[in-house]
Design a protein around this ligand. Structure first.
Ligand SMILES: NC(=O)c1ccc[n+]([C@@H]2O[C@H](COP(=O)([O-])OP(=O)(O)OC[C@H]3O[C@@H](n4cnc5c(N)ncnc54)[C@H](OP(=O)(O)O)[C@@H]3O)[C@@H](O)[C@H]2O)c1
Length: 343
């Protein structure tokens, strides 16, 4: 029965198959697992009690582009007082200009590099001084800022590992710690944008995966600690939306690949060879072209986490293929999931 239901949603996907015996009906069903094409992402409707927005203050990091940019506009349209942290506000980035052009008292862009202590502290002061009653605190923090890269362990320099962690993990920790006093006063919300790659690892993605696994662990610890204090912590784990955001572009992939090859230790370059390296880059390019271009499921998830009386611990805006893969990789023994997806 279960096999029939799972395979129905995936029936149009080409790829690896696995037969599952249905004891109830004595039949064997085929599940499909591996695909480079995608079913459309079902936009989930979250039915639950919602608190009034009432110009509550929310700060979002990484609003120059992608999810952060769309979220800033969406939460503003919902009536929030939005502080849109932008990495390149000082440089007059196009995203910042567009947000500023809304000319609204309830949407304020602020210069915010989450790796920079002073900028984070200045952001806290800006929010604090803008609140009608700072003693009542601020409602929400969305840790969205992030960068990504790829490359097998032997292809990735220590510098790259540290660079990605500095933004995705330490940036999230730093910003959260700085805003917690205000969030605690409001018994507000923390929403961390992790990734499906914060739940299941993938070959050639270790510099990104380890930071998102870290965000997941940090979020869980924070959720346990904040529960008695009334602050609710949620994690949003988007699937592949690369085609819709600025996380990767073909130029960026090529630039990363060139730098990586140029900096590879001679022994690694020789042992793996150029052909293998180029094949891995081509796979990454295919992955980046295959994502969804509609980010509304991510925006809905964050909105629910900020507005529902009882927000979820984890949100999974992703298509069926990645959702099923994540369930299998997180619930079945490694020997089984490795066989299906990796080997
Ligand atoms: N797109 C996906 O498929 C996907 C899937 C799962 C999870 N995510 C996560 O979603 C989040 C948003 O990414 P996105 O896909 O919307 O990509 P994006 O368009 O590149 O957005 C990321 C934003 O973070 C900003 N940023 C980078 N370094 C920063 C720093 N040190 N301080 C503050 N802001 C910084 C970027 O600024 P610049 O544009 O100026 O560099 C950009 O505005 C990330 O955490 C990412 O890991 C994305």
């Amino acid at each position: 029965m279960l096999a029939t239901r799972l395979s129905r949603t995936l029936s149009q996907l080409p790829g690896k198959t696995l037969s599952v015996y249905d004891g109830e009906h004595g039949t064997r069903s085929t599940l499909l697992f591996c695909s480079t094409s995608f079913t459309s992402i079902r936009r989930r409707t979250y039915a639950s009690k919602v608190d009034p927005v009432d110009s509550k203050a929310v700060l979002i990091t990484g609003c120059d582009s992608g999810f952060g940019f769309s979220l800033a506009k969406h939460l503003h349209s919902k009536g929030f007082l939005v502080f849109a942290g932008c990495l390149l506000k000082d440089k007059g980035d196009a995203g910042v200009k567009e947000l500023d052009s809304l000319n609204s008292d309830r949407l304020r862009t602020i210069q915010l590099n989450v790796c920079n202590n002073e900028e984070v502290e200045r952001a806290v002061e800006t929010v604090h001084s803008s609140l009608k009653d700072p003693e009542k605190g601020m409602w929400g923090l969305v840790n969205n800022a992030g960068i990504s890269t790829f490359g097998e362990v032997e292809f990735t320099s220590m510098e790259t590992y540290k660079e990605v962690a500095e933004v995705n993990l330490w940036g999230t920790v730093r910003t959260t710690k700085s805003f917690l006093p205000l969030l605690r006063r409001a018994k507000g919300r923390v929403v961390n944008i992790s990734s499906m790659l914060g739940r299941m690892a993938n070959p050639a993605r270790s510099p990104y995966c380890i930071t998102k696994f870290g965000v997941e662990a940090f979020s869980d610890c924070l959720r346990y600690e904040m529960y008695p204090l009334g602050v609710k912590v949620s994690v949003v784990e988007p699937g592949n939306f690369i085609a819709a955001t600025s996380l990767y572009s073909p130029e960026r992939i090529q630039a990363i690949a060139k730098k990586m090859w140029d900096e590879l230790p001679e022994v690694v370059r020789k042992d793996y060879g150029r052909k293998y390296f180029d094949e891995q880059i081509a796979k990454m390019e295919t992955y980046c072209n295959s994502g969804s271009t509609d980010t509304s499921s991510v925006i809905d998830a964050v909105t629910h986490a900020l507005t529902a009386t009882s927000p979820y611990t984890r949100y999974h805006p992703m298509d069926y293929y990645w959702w099923l893969r994540m369930q299998i990789m997180t619930h079945l023994p490694g020997a089984v999931s490795d066989k299906i997806y990796i080997h």
